[in-house]
Design a protein around this ligand. Structure first.
Ligand code: CAA
Length: 403
């Protein structure tokens, strides 16, 4: 076992950190206050190569391993959750799932443009009445010759107004498939597709979230990922990628809380000394350090399992669950350390507090992950190897070329 990051990982960490601080942080307080997302940031992320992370070179990506994706998420969320959400949705839920389930033709068709940011991908599973109960889908797909006709609605869709294509999970009607679900790549330009933003969110206010609607949308058959009946499995494996990015990003919130709290605790004095000298403040700082360091180990482990081509649903759920709780706890403590200043957006910690709460809901609530962990331990939930896994890193083809 080797816990060292490679020089390439270090470089990726530094450049993602720099990108976050120079391209995301300026103007963020105003964007967050006004609930405005900035589309231009997506283009900048594409130009910086961030949207191609963990996509193999043969599909136009930066050819970096899956741990790199976690590192980018950590450093971007250190700047703002809205930037990490882009990685979660575009890279994790969309591109990694395409890499896992797509035919060679589908990967060649979509990944090169996604890798550069020329196209943006998003994910549509959740519906107004299907959140934790993800299989209770009402959006339908009905076969009609070489097409499927989609009808229905998805809710809480990140990048709903910006994405060019969506990985959409539907219920199949009139199908003999073993499970009544199918997954499709649906392009925004198809007739009958529309989107609408959601306003008034508690957090991630500088990010775009909304609803998407399908009114007799005709999707070509060759846009289906997997086969009829695979849709729910595609969704669950997408969450293996999305949850990884959320768990890694949560470490970035903790680091941001530490950045702000250490600075404040060293500058702010009470009774003639820095508040950092007070043991109760030290206890809070130590607790954040614990969350950060444990959190990194958890996501590095998941990234390593992805590199090895191993199933990692259980470990990923643990990483997402533990790290998101630790991030919320760290943000709560950061507000505490800042006192009244922590209650104002003059300092960033109130934003960390609001943003970290969201991550305990999306991509599997606190309760869902609690149940999953108990069910694995009790032997009620299967952890058997999957038929379709993310290709181990590096891809066999690239190993062969390198030999
Ligand atoms: N990869 C591939 N296949 C998988 C899988 C995975 N990770 N996990 C399960 N499967 C397969 C199983 O093997 C099983 O197949 P077989 O029938 O052939 O054995 C099938 O999928 C069904 O699996 P389960 O029996 O485990 O399914 P379940 O009904 O018990 O799942 C649940 C229950 C785990 C709670 C699931 O409903 C769940 O995860 N709910 C939470 C949903 C969620 O996280 N939603 C977030 C939405 S996305 C979002 O928030 C993004 C955003 O934009 C902000």
């Amino acid at each position: 076992m080797d816990f060292r990051l490679t020089p390439e990982h270090q470089m990726i960490r530094e450049s993602a950190y720099k990108f976050g601080q120079t391209e995301i942080v300026p103007g963020l307080t105003e964007r967050d206050r006004e609930g405005k997302s900035d589309r231009a940031i997506l283009d900048k992320m594409g130009q910086a190569g961030l949207l191609g992370v963990s996509i193999p070179a043969k599909y136009g990506g930066t050819d970096t391993d899956y741990i790199s994706l976690g590192i980018v998420c950590e450093e971007l969320e250190r700047a703002d959750t809205s930037a990490r959400v882009v990685m979660s949705v575009h890279s994790g839920l969309h591109c990694m799932t395409l890499l896992q389930w797509g035919t060679e033709e589908q990967k060649m068709r979509w990944l090169p443009k996604l890798a550069t940011g020329e196209r943006i991908g998003a994910f549509g599973l959740t519906e107004p009445n299907a959140g934790s109960d993800a299989s209770n889908l009402k959006t339908t797909a009905r076969r009609d010759g070489d097409h499927y006709i989609l009808n229905g609605q998805k809710a809480w869709i990140s990048l709903s107004d910006y994405a060019d294509q969506f990985l959409v999970i539907t219920r199949l009607v009139d199908s003999d498939a073993k499970a009544p679900y199918a997954a499709f790549i649906v392009e925004r330009t198809l007739e009958g597709f529309s989107s609408r933003p959601i306003k008034g969110k508690l957090g991630v206010r500088a990010g775009n979230t909304g609803e998407i609607f399908f009114d007799n949308v005709r999707v070509p058959k060759d846009c289906m990922l997997g086969e009829e009946g695979d849709g729910f499995k595609v969704a669950m494996s997408a969450l293996d990628h999305g949850r990884y990015t959320v768990g890694a990003g949560a470490v970035g919130i903790i680091t941001a809380c530490l950045d702000a709290s250490v600075k404040y605790a060293n500058e702010r004095t009470v009774q003639g000394e820095a508040i950092g000298k007070k043991q109760l403040v030290q206890q809070m700082i130590a607790s954040m350090v614990k969350g950060r360091d444990v959190g990194r180990l958890l996501y590095y482990q998941v990234g390593w399992m992805k590199n090895e081509g191993l199933r990692h649903t259980r470990e990923c759920s643990m990483c997402k669950w533990v790290n998101c709780e630790a991030a919320f706890d760290a943000a709560h403590k950061a507000v505490e350390i800042h006192g009244a200043y922590g209650f104002s957006d003059e300092f960033p910690v109130e934003r960390y507090f609001r943003n970290s709460r969201g991550a305990m809901i999306y991509e599997g609530t606190h309760e869902i992950h609690t149940l999953m962990q108990a069910e694995y331990e009790l032997g009620y939930r299967s952890d058997k190897p999957l038929k379709h896994t993310l290709p181990a890193w590096p891809l066999e083809a690239e190993l062969t070329n390198a030999r």
